[in-house]
Ligand binder design. Structure first.
Ligand code: TRP
Ligand code: SF4
Length: 340
């Protein structure tokens, strides 16, 4: 494969990354970076749509998320990590695209719809929490993707309506102004969402059931010791069903070499839950060891992280400038030669 396609995906810097991010998305990105030119956007402007009154949260997490991505195996030698707000073309494109989308279409977007519903549950029905910026963030996301001619967008299922929205904008833009923008395709990660240790279908910050890459051993011990097991197992030597046990689910996820033994011993009542959890703590710490080592390295070399971001911003900007030239030309708003 000579001409590698370009991947563009983004992540909101609203908190440190946890195992749900890794198994649900980032492990896929790590693999894809060898097959595609990969661009990972730290979507700080999008993060601000929900956190505009809490800018320090976004600022801190831009670096935290970058460090998490690097620790999980995103390789800055072959991939580009950059910050959304350093690319002014994204904001410009957002304005241009805003004419190509109706309000009712935005309100019908299933992702936006669900999020509005959640906001109303949180803030009451006044609608005051629903800002223009929030309803419009799919337009800004279309700008994220098209500013870098992202051909493929690796995302989870919940993001599909946003990619569909982008495709509609691209279609409309190209049919009005001539063939300009690249039509993106979603790449669905085949990893399902991972469950929480509490048995919840989803691991998430707001659910309080997440294991962070930056968690200490003590925090991990506490979380695993509190995990949900087979409720029918009362005594240590009761036989149990590993299929309904979250500890077993995580043994599977982390590829414990000892998996068959865990399973048979559990079924035969030869394994106590406390010992089983302790084994999981061991396996989890082993899994996190190289990640934590890298994390520690980058935490103590902040100038290196900054340099990676600066280089990434520059590489990304070079592309978005070219795209903007085409866009302005075709929209007939390129008034002078060498405008910039
Ligand atoms: N909306 C995405 C999320 O919440 C993050 C994101 C921002 C993104 N820009 C993007 C994803 C561009 C794919 C492409 O997870
Ligand atoms: Fe779960 Fe292990 Fe207890 Fe079986 S022995 S119920 S797998 S914690």
């Amino acid at each position: 494969m000579n001409e590698k396609k370009r991947i563009l995906t983004g992540i909101r810097p609203t908190g440190k990354l946890h195992l749900g991010h890794y198994f649900g998305a980032v492990c896929n990105w790590v693999k894809l970076q060898n097959e595609y030119h990969s661009f990972f956007e730290i979507a700080d402007v999008q993060g601000l749509t929900d956190n505009f009154s809490n800018p320090e949260k976004i600022r801190i997490n831009v670096r935290e998320v970058t460090i998490d991505l690097l620790s999980l195996g995103i390789n800055p030698e072959i991939s580009t990590i950059f910050i959304q707000s350093t690319i002014p073309e994204i904001a410009e494109l957002t304005v241009f695209y805003s004419n190509l989308v109706t309000m009712s279409r935005l309100y019908r977007n299933p992702t936006v719809k669900t999020e509005i519903k959640q906001k109303k549950e949180l803030f009451g029905n006044s609608g005051e929490s629903v800002t223009y910026g929030f309803v419009g963030y799919p337009v800004s996301q279309a700008a994220d993707i098209t500013a870098f001619e992202g051909a493929c967008v690796p995302v989870g299922e919940d993001q599909l309506p946003l990619i569909e929205q982008t495709r509609e904008i691209v279609h409309k833009f190209n049919s009005i102004y001539g063939d300009t923008l690249m039509m993106p395709e979603p790449v669905l990660s085949n990893n399902p969402r991972i469950k929480g240790l509490d048995g919840n279908e989803k691991m998430g910050k707001s659910l309080g059931n997440a294991i962070y890459l930056s968690d200490s051993k003590e925090e991990i011990e506490k979380k695993i010791m509190g995990a949900v097991t087979d409720p029918n197992k009362i005594k240590k030597d009761d036989p149990a069903n590993p299929e309904v046990c979250m500890v077993y689910y995580y043994h599977q996820l982390l590829n414990n070499q000892n998996l068959e033994t865990v399973c048979t011993e559990c079924k035969q009542g030869k394994r106590g839950c406390v010992a089983c959890k302790k084994e999981l703590i061991q396996v989890m710490m082993e899994f996190l060891k190289p990640i934590k080592e890298k994390r520690h390295y980058y935490e103590s070399h902040p100038e290196e992280v900054d340099q990676i971001l600066k280089d990434g911003n520059k590489k990304a900007r070079a592309i978005s400038k070219q795209v903007m030239e085409k866009v302005k030309k075709n929209m007939q708003i390129d008034y002078f030669e060498q405008e910039q």
